[in-house]
Design a protein around this ligand. Structure first.
Ligand code: SAH
Length: 247
């Protein structure tokens, strides 16, 4: 694994990144660099855009309204993400923030909020989700940006599913099984992990999920986990068995 530069600040930008390019940060990013990261003219930081790798940049102008960065050199080439989607019943506020950040840290390439019968979050702020996904990438040096989809109903997600992608259905009612063996059979296949709401899946949803040919029913152990805990547990076992945690 590339040695991780924990000391330098990281900033996600939209601009194309190439040697010698200058980037002008708009007001919010400029304020963040100056007042949150407390950087000034001459300071250096790492920038990425999810497409062109990671670049060392130097602040050439740090004004009140705008900050200008000059790209010095590429520090890491662009990397991809494992083809693992994270589907989840959206939680409320801080728990959703946490869940989005953990899914990104765990390497999910796409986040799909799924509305189920017992979903308690009335509406989902996808802009906030995207901001959390970017912040997690900045903090963890993840160069590829997870896609954040708009919420969709479970039945619609299943109706439009492409069957080569295995849907790992984390079912709180599932019997204890051999999760490692079950997942080992999925190695090399596109995957998705589904975590339900605080109230769990309702029987009709469970029946709909279990009748799909692409569903893999998975137990996450003998205890009921909180939804945000289940997110990390499920992505851990998936990454460890058939994701990018294996050399
Ligand atoms: N009421 C708790 C837990 C609800 S279960 C809460 O406040 O979050 C939330 C989801 O986590 C379930 O729908 C399932 O997807 C997953 N989950 C939790 N425990 C699990 C287990 N032992 N096995 C499989 N999935 C589990």
């Amino acid at each position: 694994m590339a040695s991780y530069d924990f000391s330098s600040a990281r900033l996600c930008v939209d601009d194309a990144l190439k040697a010698g390019a200058s980037i002008t940060l708009e007001a919010n990013a400029s304020n963040y660099v100056r007042n949150v990261l407390r950087l000034q003219e001459g300071s250096r930081l790492l920038v990425f855009n999810g497409r062109d790798g990671e670049w060392l940049a130097e602040i050439t102008t740090a004004g009140k309204k705008c900050t200008v960065l000059l790209l010095v050199e590429q520090t890491r080439p662009q990397h991809g993400l494992p083809d693992i989607w994270y589907l989840f019943a959206p939680l409320k506020h801080a728990r959703l923030d946490y869940m989005v950040q953990k899914a990104v840290e765990m390497g999910a390439s796409l986040l799909q909020p799924v509305i189920t019968r017992r979903t308690q979050a009335a509406r989902v702020n996808t802009d906030r989700m995207r901001a959390n996904a970017v912040e997690a990438a900045e903090q963890c040096g993840i160069l590829a940006l997870a896609e954040v989809e708009n919420p969709r109903k479970l039945a619609d997600v299943l109706a439009g599913w492409s069957e080569e992608r295995v849907l790992v259905f984390c079912d709180e009612d599932a019997e204890l099984g051999d999760s490692l063996r079950q997942l080992d059979a999925c190695r090399g296949k596109p995957l998705a992990v589904l975590i339900g709401p605080e109230g769990g899946f309702d029987p009709a949803e469970r029946a709909l999920l279990l009748e799909q040919c692409f569903t893999l029913r998975l137990s996450l152990g003998p205890r009921i986990l909180r939804a945000d805990t289940a997110a990390v547990a499920a992505l851990t076992v998936v990454q460890a068995v058939c994701g990018d945690w294996k050399a």
